[in-house]
Design a protein around this ligand. Structure first.
Ligand SMILES: *Cc1c(COP(=O)(O)O)cnc(C)c1O
Length: 469
């Protein structure tokens, strides 16, 4: 399988290289040159397979030529073996023909584990084969950091540095990062905000001389392997609900457009999906595009669903590429316009094409809390604020009551106690067994000033399993 850039100017890469690449050299994102397509019979024959077996069938075409089947199978068995629910991604019914797909049974209690548990193992496998080592430098405002650290903690060939804004992530989120020890794991608290952290990561990709030749790898949601891993659970959910004979709809709490883009790919690979709902919080650039063909940057708002607090959606470029007939030059032009003026619209027929599949809703904090309270009263189920936004959007935007509606449950409510409290639910939240002593564990973290040179010096001092590069 070959991968090409959405801006048309970078060399095509194979799976291994795309795994290790961040952005393409032309500033674009990598996508498969040809998407695999499965027949209805083939998809139907996967009903009842355990999650890792289904994952093998769905993802095999993407890694062909880079990872032999037997090795990939073993990696997938290990990856999804660490999830605490035996169904890996169980469905829970909320209402008539309405379901939550629980994607929070991984080690860090958010859906990012599905991709990052796999990414860590894939990196280690490929690096071992090449006798190479890499350094990961990533910034997090919460969920990504812990999932990346959990995913890489056993990697022999990866050193990981995660930057978070000092005193500005929740205690659960911080402890999920700082209580994992290993000579290759480094938590850095920056005396600044999340944007400062992200800027330092960007600057480090732009000039890598401080790494003395060691390769820098990205673990943010533009990494193709993360998208790939997220395609699987759309198939998994649909097969549980009578697919592919019956079509299914999905409502997806959305920030960077990674998770929902995986759903779009599942549909293009042959899975009958009737409707995809983009559910955003007050940071609603995607809702403004879907509802009014305006993709315009606005200021950032802090919300009760912080993992969706974004100003621009990095993966949206991948959808735009398809909407423009995969014309890289057109995308490069649009992105240029965006950079200069802060916004664009697309031609009417392209927007109409997108609207055949996508609907959207922006949900504010008050509506989020109302939905948490409403669902709790109706069913006794406690939703996290991101998932609640998905439920609200599903109920507002649903096109057909006959088609099963699946809301992606992106996080466990215990990660976001503030929203649950604000919803007026008195029930105490309990950490799952494997995290029950989280608040008693020792923490390890280095506080550094908001200074690029200081951070880069730290990385180069510790980037080889705690020793200098
Ligand atoms: C990352 C995240 C999202 C948003 O996912 P995208 O792929 O960025 O759209 C939603 N909910 C939770 C809990 C997350 O951690």
């Amino acid at each position: 399988m070959r991968y090409i850039s959405t801006r048309g100017q970078a060399p095509a890469l194979n799976f291994e290289d795309v795994l290790l690449a961040g952005l393409a050299t032309d500033g674009g994102l990598y996508v498969p040159e040809n998407l695999p397509r499965f027949t209805q019979e083939e998809i139907a024959s996967w009903a009842g397979l355990p999650y890792h077996e289904l994952a093998l069938r769905v993802m095999r075409p993407f890694v062909t030529g880079s990872i032999p089947d037997a090795d990939f199978k073993k990696i997938l068995e290990e990856t999804y073996g660490v999830f605490s629910h035996s169904a890996v991604a169980p469905l829970r019914q909320l209402n008539g023909n309405e379901w939550v797909l629980e994607l929070f049974h991984g080690p860090t209690l958010a859906f990012k584990d599905f991709a990052l548990q796999l990414l860590g193992r894939l990196l280690d496998y490929v690096l071992e084969k090449r006798s190479e080592r890499v350094v990961i430098v990533g910034a997090t405002s919460g969920d990504t950091g812990s999932a990346a650290i959990e995913g890489c903690k056993h990697c022999e060939n990866v050193d990981i540095f995660i930057l978070h804004p000092h005193n500005r992530v929740s205690e659960v989120q911080r402890r999920q990062m700082t209580t994992i020890f290993g000579e290759n794991i480094h938590n850095i608290a920056i005396e600044g905000n999340f944007d400062d952290c992200q800027e330092m990561v960007k600057a480090s990709f732009a000039d890598q001389s401080f790494l003395k030749g060691t390769r820098l790898v990205a673990v943010n949601s533009i990494n193709w392997a993360r998208i790939m891993a997220q395609i699987v659970y759309y198939f998994h959910a649909a097969l549980q609900l009578g697919g592919p004979a019956r079509s299914v709809s999905f409502s997806v709490p959305t920030g960077n457009f990674g998770d929902i883009f995986a759903g779009y790919l599942a549909r293009n690979m042959g899975l009958p999906i009737n409707q995809l709902i983009v559910a955003t919080n007050r940071n609603d650039i995607l809702h403004r595009f879907m509802s009014g063909n305006q993709y315009v940057k606005e200021t950032l708002h802090a919300t009760l669903s912080p993992s969706m607090d974004i100003m621009v959606s990095s993966n949206f470029e991948r959808l735009l590429f398809d909407l423009h007939g995969r014309n890289g030059a057109a995308i490069a032009g649009l992105m240029d316009t965006f950079k200069q003026g802060g916004g664009f619209s697309v031609e009417q027929e392209r927007w109409t094409e997108a609207r055949k599949l996508f609907d959207s809703l922006a949900v504010d904090d008050a509506q989020t809390c109302e939905t948490i309270a409403e669902v709790f009263a109706q069913t006794g189920e406690l939703l996290d604020p991101h998932t609640a936004i998905g439920v609200k959007a599903a109920r507002e935007c649903r096109r057909s009551l006959d088609i099963p509606m699946v809301i992606l449950g992106t996080a466990h409510p215990v990660k976001f106690p503030e929203a649950v409290e604000k919803a007026g639910i008195g029930k105490a939240l309990e950490l799952p067994a494997h995290l029950s002593d989280l608040f008693e564990r020792d923490e390890r973290c280095t506080v550094l000033p908001n200074d690029l040179k200081a951070v880069q010096a730290f990385v180069s001092q510790h980037g080889n399993r705690g020793k200098p590069l």
